[in-house]
Design a protein around this ligand. Structure first.
Ligand code: NAD
Length: 378
């Protein structure tokens, strides 16, 4: 069978869904791997490295020969037209609110897998694109903040005097937040963090940061069985805002990462809180693509407020460290694809009864098959 790895159509997407390592592994399993010319350019992977790994270099129309397509983003209408019916396509499909796109994939007859729906169970940890990409986003958020912050982060005691350490507050400590804490600590910041899930408290402490939260009865019950946060009540939100307002006013850098599955991002920082911060302070809103945690953050922009606070709203933050994020993303896709490979037939076989397939398969055999999207039927 043939596996095709396109150059992403979206010009702002620097990542690629294969690495020399995964191409080598797939070739070793008996697949012919075709990588589109310059697909790895944004991730600093030259075509020659894919060739050395056993792949060959092709053009976008080679998608038509592929039994499997490995992608970062959901295929566009034009891409769908070039795929053969029955092709297996793995990507971050971003299906919520995009029923028409899901229906189009069903109509194209592809087996479309939404990698972001991979269950967060031990067996699937190596396939978890949300974690691998959020981890790098958390890291990059601190790097982006440091670049906009016009002072040093660590305390420096020198013969010429002392530079104080930056105070850094991380709001939301899932995968991205934990990495943001670790990175901020490595750069010498004095780090505090908050979350609504009690489990986060110990994790924050283990990274050497201080935990700050309203720890009432609602907090004790805020974690769902899946490990995610619930949407908090208005009362809780008011208590949380009261607790964090004074703290935020004293911070040099605030990084927000708070998300609630299937809901808009919770608003954690009001315009008044932003206005209370010192000029030159920096806020990074990692939730900006999901509505934002910060009042005044703008998707894709660095905004400077009237009082001189910079609010960073970069899109696709993992894509800002594409050379690193592509390696992990490629490995996630390989790990999942490998579970579907029949090693004797040297072919990918979709078993709709498999637990991981059930969780991720959006469309199959011309139909929308995922329970969350039954309505998206063409
Ligand atoms: P996420 O991206 O959904 O949310 C980021 C963080 O925001 C979460 O910690 C959440 O509790 C927090 N948050 C939500 N509302 C908030 C509010 N109002 N105020 C402050 N914080 C708020 O989270 P994630 O990174 O996907 O992680 C979710 C969970 O999954 C965590 O418990 C994590 O440890 C777990 N996880 C498990 C595995 C695994 O077992 N394989 C892998 C990755 C993550």
């Amino acid at each position: 069978q043939t596996i095709f790895v396109p150059k992403e159509v979206d010009a702002t997407e620097a990542r690629v869904a294969a690495s020399p390592d995964t191409v080598k592994r797939l070739s070793g399993l008996g697949f012919s791997v075709v990588v589109e010319k310059d697909a790895g350019a944004g991730s600093r992977i030259p075509d020659a490295d894919f060739v050395a790994a056993g792949g060959s270099i092709g053009k976008s129309s080679d998608a038509g020969k592929a039994d499997v397509v490995l992608k970062v983003r959901r295929p566009t209408e034009a891409e769908l037209k070039s795929y053969k019916s029955g092709a297996v396509v793995l990507a971050s499909m971003d299906p919520y609110g995009n029923d028409a796109a899901v229906a189009a994939m069903a109509k194209a007859g592809i087996s479309a897998f939404a990698m972001e729906f991979m269950p967060r169970i031990t067996r699937a940890q190596s396939m978890d694109v949300l974690s691998s990409q959020a981890n790098l986003a958390g890291y990059q958020a601190v790097i982006d903040a440091a670049a906009e912050y016009d002072r040093a982060l660590p305390m420096m005691m020198t013969a010429a005097g002392t530079v104080p350490a930056a105070k850094i507050f991380v709001m939301g400590v899932g995968v991205a937040g934990l990495q943001a804490i670790a990175t901020a600590r490595r750069l010498g910041g004095v780090v505090t963090a908050t979350d609504v899930r009690p489990a986060a408290k110990e994790q924050v402490a283990s990274l050497g940061a201080k935990f700050l939260a309203v720890e009432d009865d609602e907090f004790k019950a805020a974690e769902t069985a899946g490990g995610y946060a619930k949407e908090m009540s208005k009362e809780y939100q008011a208590k949380q805002a009261a607790l964090t307002a004074d703290h935020i006013a004293k911070q040099d850098i605030v990084i927000t990462t708070a998300l609630i599955p299937g809901r808009p991002a919770p608003k954690l920082i009001s315009a008044a809180m932003v206005a209370s911060m010192k000029p030159g302070s920096v806020i990074v809103d990692l939730a900006v693509e999901r509505g934002g945690n910060v009042e005044g953050s703008v998707p894709g922009k660095v905004v400077t407020t009237a009082n001189g606070v910079k609010i960073i709203g970069h899109l696709n933050v993992p894509g800002r460290v594409a050379a690193s994020s592509s390696l992990l993303y490629a490995k996630n896709l390989f790990a999942f694809l490998e579970t579907m490979i029949d090693k004797e037939k040297k072919a990918v076989v979709v078993n709709p009864d498999d637990e991981l397939v059930k969780a991720t398969l959006l469309t199959h055999g011309g139909k929308v098959v995922h329970s969350n999207f039954a309505k998206a039927e063409a």
